[in-house]
Ligand binder design. Structure first.
Ligand SMILES: [Zn+2]
Length: 346
């Protein structure tokens, strides 16, 4: 099979399209023929060597996999070749305290697909069967690959780590990202009035199309004041944040009394100094959110099947052009998701 592998870290890193041995499923594992694989910021960090785990090279990146079961290992009875599946990218142990209660996002022995083991920028990938989720008939491979990781991250933030009540004001940071584009739709479906930040006219138009009532220019220094203005100086009940650094601090300026900032990323910086006085006087909450539970992946795909959640696909690339997808994501001009499609079109 062919695999698009990272052979040297860098910004950009070096990749090679290589002939690799077909994976053989071990006990409890399944080999998936990859039909589409989404690109995420995590892949850029892995490319740059910017993750707190060391990645032995060469490595096939790619965690947002949709495809068909090609082969199953010993003891796998629930799945058979041909089944259409999505893969939950935070490979969880299934046995620890957290996994047993359904909080796979808190697994004590997690493995990131496409980082700590070979991922989906290849014709085939081997994963534990417990990471498989059946694709509803209405959901095609590209939709799945555009929503399974980023969309379920947003689903986890909005329905598990924080909550939205009808009529709440919700602010979504970075409307055009995978998480942001899903978060706008989910918050809106849950009855929130949505304000989004976006840094260009096309990104602002996308935010409106997805259901944001107001969009503020993320490049303007005054966007927190604009958000307060839009809410009659009250502020928002919830901020969905994934940028980090100073943006996280600005998110608190937008928050109503008793409001919550839920954050799942730090692409703009992993450090921030929070002024604790307004934080406790206004009784704010800061909630961390990481990856997703199996229930979030299932909910995301069900929402996609019923049309409540639409994928936003910016571009698709054949496997041999995967590096171009990385470059597009790094250039920050992407609206929604970049997908890689191994194999020939089905
Ligand atoms: Zn576990």
């Amino acid at each position: 099979m062919q695999a698009f592998q990272l052979v040297a870290h860098g910004k950009p890193g070096s990749f090679e399209l290589r002939e690799a041995a077909d994976p053989t499923p071990g006990a409890g594992e399944a080999v998936i023929e990859v039909r589409a694989c989404g690109l995420n910021h995590l892949d850029l960090w892995a490319e740059e060597g910017g993750l707190p785990v060391s990645i032995p090279l060469p490595r096939t990146l790619g965690g947002e996999v949709a495809g068909r079961v090609a082969a199953v290992g010993e003891g796998v009875v629930e799945w058979k070749p041909g089944d259409r599946v999505a893969v939950q990218s935070n490979l969880f142990c299934g046995e620890c305290e957290y996994c047993r209660r359904g909080d796979q996002s808190m697994c004590l022995r997690p493995k990131m697909l496409g980082v700590e083991c070979d991922g989906g920028f290849a014709d085939k990938v081997c994963v534990p069967q417990r990471a498989l989720v059946r694709l509803p008939a209405e959901v095609d491979f590209q939709t799945s690959a555009a929503l399974t990781l980023a969309g379920s991250t947003a689903m986890h933030m909005l329905t598990n780590r924080a909550s939205v009540r009808p009529g709440d004001w919700a602010l979504v940071i970075g409307a055009s990202s995978g998480v942001g584009s899903a978060a706008i739709q989910i918050a809106r479906q849950l009855g929130a009035r949505v304000i989004a930040t976006a840094s260009s006219e096309p990104k602002q138009a996308l935010a409106r199309r997805l259901g944001a009532e107001f969009v503020v220019d993320a490049n303007g220094a005054q966007w927190p004041a604009e958000v307060r203005q839009l809410t009659g100086k009250r502020g928002v009940d919830l901020v969905i944040e994934h940028v980090g650094g100073d943006v996280l601090l600005k998110a608190f300026e937008c928050l109503a009394r008793g409001g919550t900032v839920v954050t799942c990323g730090a692409t703009a910086g992993r450090g921030a100094t929070l002024n604790l006085w307004p934080f406790f006087v206004r009784q704010h909450r800061l909630v961390g959110s990481y990856s997703r539970n199996a229930a979030d992946v299932r909910a995301t795909l069900e929402w996609a099947a019923t049309g409540r959640l639409q994928p936003v696909i910016h571009a698709v690339y054949p496997l041999e052009e995967t590096a171009q997808g990385f470059a597009a994501l790094r250039a920050r001009t992407v609206l929604g998701k970049v997908l890689v499609l191994p194999g020939s079109p089905e």
